[in-house]
Design a protein around this ligand. Structure first.
Ligand code: DGJ
Length: 733
């Protein structure tokens, strides 16, 4: 990133400043935040207000950013704040603010003026720009942070608010980011859902006024709406064309994103923690740092934006972003709560027979006074149920070892059933309003993670499992309930509750990762309830949905794929849906493969297929995990879904194709152009994961040029007798 050219400093002076990270606080008006292809340019006005003057493709000559506004001829700005880089409230602003507060003397207005900024090189590819602002009449200071990932075209933005006043400052709104986009029209692609219906996509033209995306659920906060969205500029972006911004808040609790189309037809995007019921008091000398908001801008459509985020996530965010992921056999749907040691020993043997890496023991293994034989009791009592497991978890870990497979376990440590010893012993650890009836979500309540003792307890659940069972290789961390009756019995300031809950959760996860940095953990949350890039710093994978009907999963995994790389998506083959085992397995292979079926109940051909599929998966998984993803045919737009992963070196690829329409005569009529190939190279294509006894229609001896495959394409020959086809593509020269 060559910020040095653009901040009106001599090159040599700037180099000194960049190396030393010194403050740059003298006359300069333009602060360009440039990535490989884009620039977000801020300008310090003569009135010292920091404004966004440009957000788009990078200009060749950075000096020309200064004249952008002159050619755009905006209408009168009655506020002087429309394009503010962080909009304050209570003085001249008339639109949605990024920050709103009451000063220690009761004054509810805020003005923010530029003081200084620094540019720090974090590594060869990442820079951190810090811009200091201050209220001219108060000792209230604010720092805007912009972390710029040049190669990935990704920016993370967040804010620190420091109370230098003599008394308390109350924050009423404290957003992470405030973007300002110019364009002729804007189109919002947002997501909504519910249990088993996660990640439903909607796209609408943004009209004047404010559109708010938010959550007030407290925990499992994404159940109805995740904190990710896309905004296309001028026209809805396609997969390979159009300008589109992908954004998302890195926060696992209540969030709020306001998209406001103003009187000049420009779009303000303000995103942060939801300020609903969350006034935050900063006492004298204290500071508050918001979570990060991330965005990437692509002028080449949604496909490029996704690849930007996938690379960024693997390199910088997702835990073990380039590591392996374990294939597994889970017992949830094959046993539910009905199992004992003998049955599990049998399943561990099946794990080995199937050829997967790990056996995952799900819910139901714990609690004695109120045994966990259903979802109505026992949650919170994390000791092995003596009837089901007389020899404890350690005996199962031992059996797994003897069978050369690993062992993993399910927990839901933030939650409690009222029918539990934990609830009886620590009623004050439970989130509930003192004078209200208790409301349950899946018969359970949420533990109060704002309380340090509860944090110790939750950490202890994980820690003691590892201390007692050093061979434990995997954790599935569930989180099924939302927060009703939000109230902590120990917190001094209840309006800090929602924020402190999430920070309490992160404290626990930090402690776990400090002690157990690499053990893989699945972020489950009843499916989709908690998928965000803050949580994914602690987890290796997420559970997209309890809905594992493969037809549904094609659509859901497609939507998740806009934001999250495939290796983070835990996909299990189950008995949901009407599709044959091959179809179910193929869909689950588009990510991290697992099984949750009765292996002993498979017929001979199904078992042979499943075992071979695991072998095939192990051969191609590196391409799925680390390659570039191309969405080739959108199931929402036709009868066919097609998704390709191409290795970074361009040598190999794997393409998943499905017929998603059951109507008479439906098939893959047109060929599907492949993307990401070298037009000058030659390729061969062969089908894999072929069900025993069926014959592939793909001619594997034919050679194709990359040019042909990208322009004309390839037909997987899907029809009612071939509803799922995986092909491998290989470069031969
Ligand atoms: C919800 C999860 O999403 C399921 O996979 C399973 O673990 C159950 N909870 C167990 O109660």
């Amino acid at each position: 990133m060559r910020i040095s050219h653009h901040i009106r400093l001599t090159a040599s002076l700037l180099i000194i400043l960049m190396i030393s990270g010194l403050k740059v606080s003298f006359a300069q008006s333009i602060i360009p935040l440039e990535t490989k292809n884009n620039a977000m340019v801020l300008q310090i006005g003569d009135d010292k207000v920091l404004r966004t003057i440009y957000n788009g493709p990078k200009l060749r000559n950075a000096k020309e950013y200064a004249i952008v506004q002159g050619v755009q001829r905006p209408d009168t700005d009655y506020t002087g704040q429309l394009s503010s880089a962080y909009t304050p409230s209570g003085s001249r602003n008339l639109f949605e603010p990024a920050i709103s507060l009451t000063h220690s003397d009761g004054n509810p207005s805020l003005e923010l003026k530029y003081i200084s900024h620094t540019v720090e090189k974090v590594d060869a590819d990442v820079s951190l720009i810090k811009i200091n602002l201050k209220d001219p009449k108060y000792t209230l200071e604010l720092t805007l942070f912009y972390k710029v990932y040049v190669k990935h075209d990704v920016v993370e933005q967040w804010t620190k608010i420091v109370n230098g006043e003599a008394g308390d400052v109350v924050l009423h709104k404290y957003a992470s980011a405030n973007l300002y986009l110019e364009g002729n029209a804007f189109f919002l692609n947002q997501f909504h859902g519910d249990w088993a219906k996660e990640m439903q996509s909607e796209e609408t033209k943004i009209t004047h006024g404010i559109k708010t995306l938010d959550s007030k659920l407290g925990t499992r906060a994404n159940l109805f709406q995740p904190p990710i969205f896309m905004v296309s500029i001028d026209k809805p972006a396609g997969e390979d064309e159009g300008t589109v911004l992908f954004g998302g808040l890195e926060w696992s609790g209540n969030f709020r994103t306001d998209l406001e189309l103003d009187n000049q037809d420009n779009l303000k995007i303000i995103s942060g923690i939801n300020n609903y019921a969350s006034d935050y008091t900063l006492s004298k000398g204290k500071e508050f740092t918001t979570p990060k908001f991330l965005f990437t801008l692509s002028t080449k459509g949604k496909g490029q934006a996704s690849r930007n985020l996938h690379d960024w996530a693997r390199n910088y965010k997702l835990l073990d972003g380039h590591g392996n992921r374990l294939t597994l056999l889970n017992n949830w749907e094959s046993t539910y709560f009905d199992f004992n040691e003998q049955k599990l020993n049998g399943l561990i043997k099946n794990t080995k027979a199937l050829g997967v890496d790990l056996f995952l023991l799900d819910d139901g293994w714990f609690a004695n006074k109120y045994p966990r034989n259903g979802d109505v009791a026992g949650l919170g009592d994390w000791e092995e149920n003596k009837e089901k497991l007389p020899n404890g978890i350690s005996s199962l870990v031992k059996t797994a070892k003897e069978n050369q497979v690993k062992f993993g376990i399910w927990i839901e440590p933030e939650m409690v059933n009222p029918k539990s010893r934990l609830y009886e012993q620590h009623p004050d650890w439970v989130i509930k309003q003192p004078k209200r009836e208790e409301y349950y979500f899946r018969n359970q309540l949420v533990l109060d993670l704002t309380n340090a003792k509860v944090q110790d307890f939750v950490f202890g659940v994980v820690d003691s499992l590892f201390i007692k069972n050093p061979g434990l290789a995997y954790i599935k961390w569930d989180c099924n309930a939302v927060i009703y009756n939000a109230f902590s019995q120990t917190l001094a300031d209840q309006s800090h509750f929602y924020v402190d809950y999430v920070q309490g959760l992160y404290n626990v996860l930090e402690r776990i990762r400090k002690k157990y940095p690499t053990v893989p953990m699945m972020l489950c949350s009843g499916g989709g309830g908690r998928v965000d890039y803050a949580a994914l710093q602690y987890f290796t994978e997420y559970w997209p949905s309890d809905n594992t009907d493969p037809l549904e999963r094609i659509f859901m995994q497609w939507q998740y794929s806009y934001f999250y790389p495939a290796l983070a998506s835990a996909n299990h083959v189950t008995d949901w849906g009407k599709q044959p085992l091959k179809f179910r397995t193929d869909v689950a292979m588009m990510g991290k493969l697992g099984f949750d079926i009765v292996v002993a109940g498979l017929n001979e051909k199904d078992l042979a297929f499943a075992k071979q599929a695991v072998i095939n998966y192990n051969r191609v998984k590196d391409i799925i995990f680390n390659g570039d993803q191309y969405r080739l045919a959108n199931p929402l737009e036709g009868s066919v879904a097609s998704m390709a992963y191409i290795s970074k070196d361009g040598e190999k690829g794997v393409i998943f194709n499905y017929l998603v329409n059951n109507r008479y005569g439906s098939r893959s009529r047109a060929s599907i152009p492949i993307k990401g190939l070298d037009p000058t190279a030659k390729y061969v294509i062969n089908e894999t994961n072929i069900y025993p006894g069926t014959i592939s229609k793909i001619v594997s001896s034919r050679e194709y040029s990359g040019d042909f495959l990208m322009k004309v394409g390839f037909n997987p020959d899907l029809d009612q007798s071939r509803t799922s086809v995986i092909v491998e593509i290989r470069r031969i020269n």
